[in-house]
Design a protein around this ligand. Structure first.
Ligand code: C2E
Ligand code: MG
Ligand code: MG
Length: 264
């Protein structure tokens, strides 16, 4: 905890960015920011190791704010450098979602960096959304009243979809724009017929509700071919690009000269 407290001050945290590719156009339409900790003695520490500690201690709030600001700034820099509009996805933990200052943090990050709210995507897990959804439904008539960033066009997506419990009704009421199918369903494709059935069903349901679908953890060409056949909108995974430093993404964005609009 002491180390993590210092990490932010000593600039030991940094972000990697993983491209999200539109299946039809094969263009990069989004990028997910993934935090890393360069520990002075222990080397690089993955977020799976330190995010739970950050959640427990409440440090996730300042860390999350730093991630959000850094990611928005980077998205704006890519716009200037490459003339490309890519959506920046930022992971939000349950504690951040419950933080009463979240709205202010999101709005000031957008304001200070000048990033179009439509180019910011916030990723929540099913558990995070449902937990608060229940409370919100009881106490508030209006979701927008509680989360003004929904009204200004910030793109909301559900991370690790299929591993938790979602009420489809809540997803619609929260104006969820995309479902990210958890990589545990993608990893067995195309051989695993149950995972294939689940993936196909999630895609059909999401499209029926006018939501886009992102497949996470795409590692092979066979997976990509099957996902394309199923009508999946976007893909993310080692096969398309590993989480990479910002300058590698700049090069990827510069390779395509055409200005790609963000996907639906
Ligand atoms: P996530 O948001 O579901 O991110 C996807 C994770 O899958 C990333 O792990 C990514 O590196 C990994 N991944 C991407 N493509 C593939 C693939 O083809 N195969 C496999 N096996 N894995 C792939 P990472 O970067 O270690 O992040 C782990 C988790 O930590 C994230 O899962 C997210 O829940 C959390 N996290 C990361 N950055 C942040 C952050 O800034 N804030 C918060 N609150 N959580 C974060
Ligand atoms: Mg994520
Ligand atoms: Mg995920």
């Amino acid at each position: 905890e002491v180390g993590l407290r210092k990490a932010l001050k000593n600039k030991e945290l940094y972000l990697l960015y993983q491209p999200q590719i539109d299946v039809r156009s094969a263009e990069i339409v989004g990028v997910e920011a993934l935090v890393r900790w360069r520990h002075p003695e222990r080397g690089i520490i993955s977020p799976n190791e330190f995010i739970p500690l950050a959640e427990e201690t409440g440090l996730i709030v300042p860390i999350g704010e730093w991630v959000l600001r850094t990611a928005c700034l980077q998205a704006k820099a890519w716009q200037r450098q490459t003339q490309r509009l890519v959506r920046m996805a930022v992971n939000l933990s349950a504690k951040q979602f419950k933080d009463e200052n979240l709205t202010q943090i999101v709005i000031s990050a957008l304001h200070d960096t000048g990033l179009d709210p439509k180019l910011l995507e916030l990723e929540l897990t099913e558990g995070t959304l449902m937990d608060d959804a229940r409370a919100t439904m009881v106490t508030l008539g209006s979701l927008v009243g509680m989360f003004p960033w929904l009204a200004i066009g910030v793109y909301l997506s559900i991370d690790d979809f299929g591993t938790g419990f979602s009420s489809m009704n809540y997803l619609k009421r929260f104006d969820v724009r995309a479902l990210k199918i958890d990589k545990s369903f993608i990893c067995g494709l195309p051989q695993d017929s149950e995972n294939a059935a689940i993936t196909r069903a999630i895609i059909a349901m999401a499209h029926g509700l006018k939501m886009a679908v992102v497949a996470e953890g795409v590692e092979t060409d066979e997976q990509l071919v099957l996902l394309e056949e199923f009508g999946c909108d976007m893909v993310q995974g080692f096969y398309l690009g590993h989480p990479s430093p910002h300058d590698s993404i700049t090069l990827m964005l510069q390779k395509v000269c055409a200005i790609a609009a963000p996907a639906k």
